[in-house]
Design a protein around this ligand. Structure first.
Ligand SMILES: *Cc1c(COP(=O)(O)O)cnc(C)c1O
Length: 358
């Protein structure tokens, strides 16, 4: 089977050598030495000032919303993974959707101000497929209306915008280290911020609110990662250049071989150093998409309908109509993209798509 993605696994001995340190110390969680080492290495690699590793990429969104959402209206994108909207509803806030830009697939910043009401507390936008939102425009809107900005940057490991990590934008950015993501710890994630006071809030929130063993700064939850997961992260980390350059080759192949008279792909925002995290193709209709899916399935090639459905159409979000997002969600497909996919498979995939769409 050719899946949409395949988890990169480092040599098992390299993972074991990190796990041995946890065994030797008999220390499996609560910010042990492997977690601290991974945080340090990530800070240096990414060029960020504050980062906290967490046990997945959803809980940092929930923590940020718990701190800044205040049960109000959260302006958000309908085109993302379900975790973005679900976190808003889970934290008893109300998602207020703003449609997306049809080329960049990120929230349409020109429509945000019209959606702001006295109940709006924050903007939660996704850098979809690692493509940054218009972070400068959004920052200006947020300042003008005194709103917090949270970025779901789950797809953004290694992405730079204006020569710095995209995680440096917004009041809080979050990332996922899930096994299907570029850099992973099996399950895991992180939250990033620049402000020292916000960092303090995020920090205690992720560890039950503790202020030492006997006192509390405030309300908290358990978002800590285990040493076994951090060991995996430490073993994957040295391969990130390799992972990104191998993925670039796959992206280059698709770019050079798909027929762009009949399919469209993502437009990467200007001044972005991208990470080749996903390869979406947008077809002319859902009918064509279903035809392409069937032809690929005949050869045991299983891409994914990322992202479908448009999140405003989910029963519990109670969203208004979002014509651009709903249209794109109905006819977008992410193609297989991972380290080790063969050129023969890529040829076959592009041939099938070109034939089915011509
Ligand atoms: C993967 C993903 C998440 C959730 O991350 P987990 O680590 O699986 O909790 C959130 N948002 C987006 C856009 C994602 O792709």
């Amino acid at each position: 089977m050719i899946p949409v993605t395949k988890t990169f696994l480092p040599p098992q001995e390299e993972y074991n050598s990190y796990v041995k340190r946890a065994w030797d110390k008999v220390w499996l969680t609560n910010r042990g030495e492997l977690t601290l080492e991974l945080e340090d290495k990530l800070k240096n690699l990414l060029g960020v000032s504050n980062l906290i590793i967490t046990n997945n990429g959803t809980i940092p969104i929930q923590i940020a919303l718990k701190l800044f959402g205040e049960g109000g209206e959260i302006i958000t994108t309908p085109f993302s993974y379900v975790a973005t909207s679900a976190a808003i509803v889970w934290e008893n806030c109300k998602p207020v959707f703003v449609d997306i830009n049809p080329d960049y697939l990120t929230i349409d910043e020109t429509k945000i101000e019209a959606a702001i009401t006295p109940k709006t507390t924050a903007i939660l936008a996704t850098h979809v497929f690692g493509n940054p939102c218009d972070v400068i425009a959004i920052e200006n809107i947020a300042k003008k209306h005194n709103l917090k900005v949270i970025y779901d940057a789950a797809h953004c490991f290694g992405v730079k915008f204006n020569n710095q990590s995209v995680f440096n934008f917004g009041d809080v950015s979050t990332c996922s280290f899930h096994a299907t993501k570029l850099f992973h710890t099996g399950e895991g994630g992180a939250m990033f911020c620049n402000d020292a006071a916000i960092f303090h809030q995020l920090y205690y929130s992720h560890n039950f609110g503790h202020n030492g063993p006997l006192a509390f700064h405030g309300l908290g939850i358990n978002a800590k990662i285990s040493e076994l997961q951090s060991a995996l992260g430490l073993a994957v980390l040295p391969y990130m250049d390799h992972i990104i350059s191998e993925r670039k080759k796959v992206v280059d192949f698709y770019n050079n071989n798909l027929n762009f008279n009949t399919v469209k792909t993502l437009k990467i925002r200007e001044n972005t150093e991208w990470n080749y995290s996903y390869y979406p193709v947008i077809l002319d209709s859902e009918e064509t998409l279903l035809k392409v899916l069937e032809a690929l399935a005949n050869d045991n090639i299983i891409p994914r309908r990322y992202f479908y459905p448009s999140l405003n159409t989910i029963e519990y979000t109670k969203g208004e109509k979002m014509p651009v997002s709903e249209s794109i969600a109905s006819r977008i497909l992410c193609l297989p993209l991972y380290v080790g996919i063969s050129e023969a498979d890529l040829k076959n995939i592009t041939q099938i798509i070109n034939t089915q769409t011509s």
